[in-house]
Design a protein around this ligand. Structure first.
Ligand code: FAD
Length: 378
């Protein structure tokens, strides 16, 4: 797909729209235009537009004539054997400390062993976990169940739940410190001055959580043949560039202190007849995207009506407040991670389904304490 243009009045945004989308596609030399009533964008967030650091003149890849500099996007485009050949026997530096960086560093370690250790250069330290079992307690018990969501302030929570979250805040703090202490006991973060300034709660709230194997933090001198920039993607820019209309482009980008404003993380209140699946993240994207698809299918089947634009925008702002509160500097990740049950409950309510899988207080309590992050615990 090349671009997306809306033709018509935006007066009625959803339901009996006065307009249509024109989708321009190109395949080889062939350009086509398709007219449709509703568009669902599933173009992904972690691909397409790489986030490449800006370098001063002559201080970037051009100052490195004997080596290679690529982005993780080019690395992941290679098949497994080409990627292994690319790094084999070379001194590799990976820039970044998130999912792509850790995945690539692991692959380099497998291809090269200890002779040519892979070096990571990072800007922000992160709470990468060695496993999901801090001191034998599954992370799901601490962060991904109904009880753990009671410890957090939620969009539209009301007085009682708000008060409860405030009263339980020491537990929230204790859970975060518990995991941080486990990570520090497993990795030499202190020794290498890599203890993050932010809390573990912030890490998981922004979906920045990654796993790293044991001995991952061992250091090596920095001489290199290959640099792989695992510096992420510009998912919002990719989404923006799809639209022909500068107005819609501005709606997507918003301003620097807001996330992409999607109602139920799916529909922009001011962009008619269009939904986005897969932009907002969670700890298990498969489960979240499936729920969102069901919600959308229900809506398209006239299963429920959307609220007014004003109400949708108010709701989006409430969620943004939550992102900012718990994800801190990473709030633009639009991650529903630690409130995914609360979020799914809202989708269920819109669809007219009971969000509680079990009946009765004791059954629900059992889910609170034992029910981990499984798609079937909605
Ligand atoms: C290193 C890494 C590790 C990850 N680990 C996990 C994990 O452990 N668990 C987890 O849940 N998630 C993980 N994720 C996130 C997960 O990969 C994504 O959430 C998931 O791939 C999203 O699926 P999607 O279909 O929305 O997008 P994608 O899988 O990105 O698919 C988008 C598709 O749209 C196509 N496309 C894009 N633009 C256009 C266009 N203009 N026209 C036509 N087609 C287009 C692309 O070619 C692609 O095929 C990870 C991501 C990364 C980068």
């Amino acid at each position: 797909m090349e671009s997306l243009g809306w033709y018509g009045s935006g007066f009625r945004l959803f339901g009996n729209p006065r307009g249509k989308w024109e989708i321009a596609t190109v395949a080889g030399q062939e350009h086509q235009v398709h007219e449709v009533e509703f568009v669902i964008l599933c173009i992904g967030r972690f691909s397409g537009v790489p986030n490449v650091p800006e370098f001063p003149p002559n201080k970037g890849p051009d100052a490195f004539p004997n080596g290679k500099v690529i982005h993780s996007m080019d690395y992941s485009a290679m098949d497994d054997s080409d990627a292994a050949k690319f790094v084999k026997g070379k001194r590799v530096v990976v820039v970044g400390l998130q999912k792509s960086a850790l995945d690539i560093a692991n692959e380099c370690a497998i291809a090269n062993g200890v002779e040519n250790p892979c070096t990571l250069i990072y800007r922000n330290a992160h709470w990468n976990v060695p496993d999901y079992l801090p001191y034998g307690v599954h992370l799901g018990y601490l962060y991904l169940n109904r009880f753990s969501e009671l410890l957090l302030h939620k969009p539209g929570e009301g007085l009682f739940l708000g008060l409860l979250a405030t009263l339980l805040s020491p537990l929230r703090w204790a859970a975060s410190k518990f995991v941080e202490s486990y990570i520090k006991s497993k990795f030499p973060l202190k020794k290498y001055n890599m203890v993050p300034e932010h809390s573990f709660l912030q890490e998981i709230s922004s979906c920045s959580l990654s796993t790293a194997p044991e001995k991952f933090y061992d250091r090596a001198p920095l001489e290199t043949d290959v640099v792989i920039l695992a510096t992420g993607y510009k998912g919002d820019e990719k989404l923006k560039n799809i639209f022909k209309s500068p107005t819609f482009q501005n709606y997507i980008m918003g301003c620097s202190n807001s996330t992409v404003a999607l109602y139920r993380e799916c529909i922009h209140p001011r962009i008619p007849q269009l939904a986005v699946i897969g932009y907002s993240e969670s700890v298990a994207n498969l489960c979240t995207s499936e729920m969102r698809c069901r919600w959308l299918a229900h809506f398209l089947d006239d299963g429920f009506k959307l609220p007014s634009i004003k109400k949708m925008e108010k709701n989006v702002l409430e969620w943004e407040k939550f992102f900012k509160r718990y994800s801190g500097q990473y709030y633009r990740h639009s991650c529903i991670g630690v409130l995914h049950i609360w979020y799914n409950d809202q989708l269920c309510k819109d669809m007219g389904c009971n969000p509680k899988r079990k009946k009765g207080f004791y059954a629900v309590r059992a889910l609170w304490t034992h029910g981990l992050c499984k798609s079937y615990s909605w």
